[in-house]
Design a protein around this ligand. Structure first.
Ligand code: HEC
Length: 277
């Protein structure tokens, strides 16, 4: 596009030639034929500057929009996650209340029902908390970092939820990582039964065991176990193709680790709940 002052410039040159200075010498200087290449360059620079500024504003708007969209999304994801968790624990609480009422009103003549509802709520809370910690640790620093979190936090989480619910919670496995979590005695028998039930076609999420036993001293103990399925994410640390950096860390912390070589859908272990009644 031509400089808007271009015709004026010609006029100015003509006027100067006639000895009559134009009102704006500025225009004359900029647009005089001798200065023309410089004026065009200046024009181009102006335009480039203008375009750059416009682009910057457009980009800035896009960035601001993308950022606020992202913040909104993260916020709503967090809210959805929190709401889902809240809803899940409310459902568990409702089940406990329903079970208690069923027993209290005599509809159900079995104290097992309310213990099982409480134990199931405790297991779900334990599982949700562990999964939340694992997810956060994996996205924060990958599997090697998450191993540390599993190693350091699991026992505390178990004892917190045990104290809160009044039921002792833990995890055991036939192929354990932590030496304290080797299944033995009745835990081992139940896990072996779970393996047989799974092999028989029973769905893994239905593998639950519960009983009330009278112990030698005459006291009664409530016992419950629930199978823990091996999911895809678990294979990072419990599968058969574990990364070298993960293997190194596991070897260092668990020299007697048996908890490798699992496949998706295998029984990784079980939650165990007990309570002396
Ligand atoms: C980042 C590595 C990592 C991932 C991923 C992981 N685990 Fe583990 N897992 C561990 C560590 C470390 C321990 C030992 C914790 C301890 O000392 O109590 C463990 C222990 C366990 C135990 C207790 C029994 C035992 O072997 O000591 C169970 C059950 C278990 N994991 C199940 C799972 C399941 C199910 C998943 C997938 C949802 C999973 N793990 C994912 C590292 C991992």
């Amino acid at each position: 596009m031509k400089h808007p002052f271009f015709p004026l410039a010609i006029l100015a040159v003509a006027l100067t030639a006639c000895g009559q200075a134009p009102e704006s010498t500025q225009t004359t200087e900029q647009a005089a034929p001798a200065e023309k290449p410089a004026a065009t360059t200046a024009d181009k620079i102006d335009k480039a500057a203008e375009a750059t500024k416009e682009a910057a504003i457009a980009v800035k708007d896009d960035v601001v929009k993308a950022t606020s969209d992202m913040i909104a999304k993260v916020k709503s994801d967090e809210r959805v996650e929190k709401a889902t968790e809240k809803a899940a624990s409310m459902v568990d609480e409702a089940k406990v209340v329903a079970a208690d009422m069923a027993v209290a009103t005599g509809i159900v003549d079995d104290p097992m029902v309310s213990h099982a509802a409480r134990a199931a709520a405790g297991i779900k809370k334990f599982a949700r908390t562990l999964q939340g910690e694992l997810k956060a640790a994996m996205s924060e620093g990958g599997a090697p970092h998450a191993i540390k979190v599993c190693n350091e936090k699991t026992a505390g989480i178990a004892s917190d939820i045990s104290a809160e619910t009044g039921y002792n919670l833990g995890r055991v496995s036939l192929k354990n990582r932590n030496p304290d979590q080797a299944a033995s005695g009745w835990n081992q028998t139940v896990l072996e039964e779970f393996e047989a039930r799974l092999a028989n076609g029973e769905p893994i999420d239905k593998l639950v065991f519960k009983t009330i036993v009278t112990q030698e001293d005459g006291s009664q103990e409530f016992r419950m176990m629930k199978a823990i399925p091996t999911g895809k994410v678990c294979l990072n640390c419990h599968g058969s193709e574990i990364k070298d950096e993960v293997t190194m860390k596991l070897d260092e912390l668990y020299p007697e680790d048996n908890a490798r070589g699992f496949k998706e859908g295998d029984i990784r272990g079980a939650f165990v709940v007990t309570k002396t009644l």
